[in-house]
Design a protein around this ligand. Structure first.
Ligand SMILES: NC(=O)c1ccc[n+]([C@@H]2O[C@H](COP(=O)([O-])OP(=O)(O)OC[C@H]3O[C@@H](n4cnc5c(N)ncnc54)[C@H](O)[C@@H]3O)[C@@H](O)[C@H]2O)c1
Length: 267
């Protein structure tokens, strides 16, 4: 790309005019994803169960907030209908909403297991299925499903969460191959972040170490010392996968952890 066209692309934005839904966007990674996509020209529909924070994120990124529990199957048909009717199509779906209760194989209750599965696995399945026709009719699209390093390595304290995140990665591969077979120009990829500084990870750090990260004298220095990434580290990859820059990338899992999960010597 020449510098002249680079300049033009920057002016228009890397996802200019694209219609994007980000779930669980009231906080943490979803919020950062929505803001980054909006910065590069996307039109945002922000969903969450948290109405207050969801509305302020929508306002900040010039988008629309819709209250949605991703585990509610009916909510998906309504959301996609609303999007197609009011925006003319759907180009980007970030299935990000999630919870991460801490419990191992001996302490996970059946109710906890089912709640985690319904939000992560059912929610991602409902979202992908509901979006498929709308994206195909828009000439293609990009689905980005939020897995985790927990779906790849063994974390004893996150039994249901790990199972759900592994299922999301496997589901995404199947969806990617389906889209390839259909030649519908829809792509489906998965992100597997390690620890990133969000309310979810602050709670996990406090539970495992007693450290309240955000109450430290210098939270930023502590974050770096603990090897914890920033939401923008994930949001930049969401942007890349949402844009045509990644048009030949489909069915992959991208680990975002600064090498943490492959650092054998550290163990
Ligand atoms: N932060 C990390 O280190 C990390 C690492 C790997 C994966 N992830 C994944 O990234 C995603 C975002 O996590 P985060 O760290 O930003 O957490 P977070 O707690 O800051 O944000 C999660 C958001 O999801 C929303 N949510 C929860 N249940 C919902 C439901 N049923 N329907 C709709 N919205 C719901 C919450 O209200 C919240 O706004 C999750 O899927 C999480 O598992 C996070």
């Amino acid at each position: 790309m020449t510098s002249a066209t680079e300049g033009a692309a920057a002016t228009m934005g890397r996802v200019a005019g694209r219609i994007a839904i980000v779930t669980g966007a009231a906080s943490g990674l979803g919020k950062a994803d929505a803001m980054r996509l909006a910065e590069e020209g996307a039109r945002l529909i922000v969903t969450d169960v948290n109405e207050t924070d969801g509305r302020s994120v929508a306002e900040a990124c010039g988008g629309e907030f819709i209250r949605q529990d991703v585990a509610d199957e009916q909510s998906w048909a309504a959301l996609i209908d609303h999007t197609v009717t009011n925006y003319g199509g759907l180009d980007i779906l970030v299935n990000n909403a999630g919870v991460a209760p801490i419990a191992n194989i001996e302490t996970t209750t059946t109710d906890e297991w089912r709640a985690v599965m319904s939000i992560h696995v059912d929610g991602t399945f409902f979202g992908c299925r509901a979006a498929m026709a709308a994206m195909a009719n828009s000439g293609g699209g990009s689905i980005i499903n939020m897995s985790s390093i927990a779906g790849r390595v063994g974390l004893s304290g996150y039994l249901a969460y790990s199972a759900a995140k592994g299922a999301i990665a496997a589901m995404s591969r199947s969806i990617a191959v389906h889209c390839r077979e259909q030649k519908n120009h829809v792509r489906c990829n998965t992100l597997q972040p390690g620890s990133i500084s969000t309310p979810m990870v602050h709670a996990a750090v406090e539970a495992s170490t007693g450290i309240k990260l955000m109450e430290q004298d210098d939270p930023e220095a502590m974050r770096v010392a603990m090897g914890i990434g920033e939401p923008i580290d994930v949001a930049n990859m969401v942007l890349f996968l949402a844009s045509d820059e990644s048009k030949h990338i489909n069915g992959t899992e991208i680990v975002i952890d600064n090498g943490d999960s492959v650092d054998y010597a550290r163990r």
